[in-house]
Every structure is written in structure tokens, then in C-alpha cells.
Write a protein that binds this ligand. Structure first.
Ligand SMILES: [Zn+2]
Length: 138
């Protein structure tokens, strides 16, 4: 099977599994002090300041708990479609991520379980790419 094209492959990848698109895995990192962060970076640990090879890639689960959400009615870039919903999710592995909700019509409340999936988008050049979106966990 051909790999699908991911919009931000430095942030997430496909968890090889049944069905397409497969579930995503977040490209996080872990410091030798135990601190887990997202996305992966080598500039320095936010907790202890260690750098370089103290920081190693750590695949993270996309499961987490909703902290907050905001419905945005107008994007600063008027060519971008609105409305859309931004969600802030505390991942079970620790880091907090802020990204888009897959479906604005679903009701979400802080404290509920969330997970991410890969959704297809049509780029301006017509190419289909996949990007990460959060959904309410079933
Ligand atoms: Zn550290």
C-alpha cells in the first residue's frame, strides 16, 4: 500500500494498522529526566534544560482529555473557511496540544475524552493530503 501524503509529517505519522487512513501517532519527545513533550525538538528540555542526545523521539498516543474549546467565526486570513473549532487537549502522555476539531457540529464539553484521526483535505493545487483533527472519543 502506498503511504498517504501527510500535511505535517514532522508532527505525526500513520500508525500502521488496518484500514485507511490509519490512526495517527504524534511525534513527541522524551528527556532523560522523564519529561515528555510535543512536538519533538532538540533545543532543550523545558523542565531540566538538558539538550542534544538527552532528548529522544517518543511516539505519543493521540488519546486525551478536552481542556477547552473555542468556536472561531472569522479567520484572519479571509481565504480560510470559517467557522472552525479549536480544541485544547491534554494528552494521556502529558503534553497539551491545540489543534482543530474534525466536526464543528458535534457537542463537546471540557473533561470529555478525545482522540485524533487523519482527515483528508483538498489543497489549492488539487492534491489530497491528510491532516490531524481531534474528535470526541467513542
Ligand atoms: Zn529534562
Amino acid at each position: 500500500m502506498q503511504p498517504i501524503k501527510l500535511l505535517k509529517s514532522q508532527l505525526y505519522s500513520e500508525d500502521p494498522g488496518a484500514g485507511r487512513p490509519a490512526d495517527p501517532i504524534l511525534q513527541g519527545g522524551r528527556c532523560r529526566c522523564g519529561y515528555v513533550f510535543f512536538p519533538m525538538q532538540v533545543y532543550g528540555c523545558e523542565r531540566c534544560g538538558s539538550r542534544g542526545n538527552a532528548l529522544t523521539p517518543q511516539p505519543l498516543s493521540t488519546r486525551g482529555t478536552l481542556l477547552a474549546s473555542a468556536l472561531v467565526h472569522l479567520h484572519a486570513d479571509k481565504s480560510r473557511p470559517a467557522p472552525f473549532t479549536i480544541v485544547k487537549v491534554a494528552l494521556d502522555d502529558g503534553p497539551v496540544v491545540r489543534t482543530l476539531l474534525a466536526d464543528d457540529s458535534c457537542d463537546i464539553v471540557p473533561g470529555q475524552r478525545m482522540t485524533a484521526k487523519l482527515v483528508s483535505l483538498q489543497r489549492d493545487d488539487g492534491e489530497t493530503v491528510f491532516d490531524l483533527r481531534f474528535v470526541a472519543a467513542g
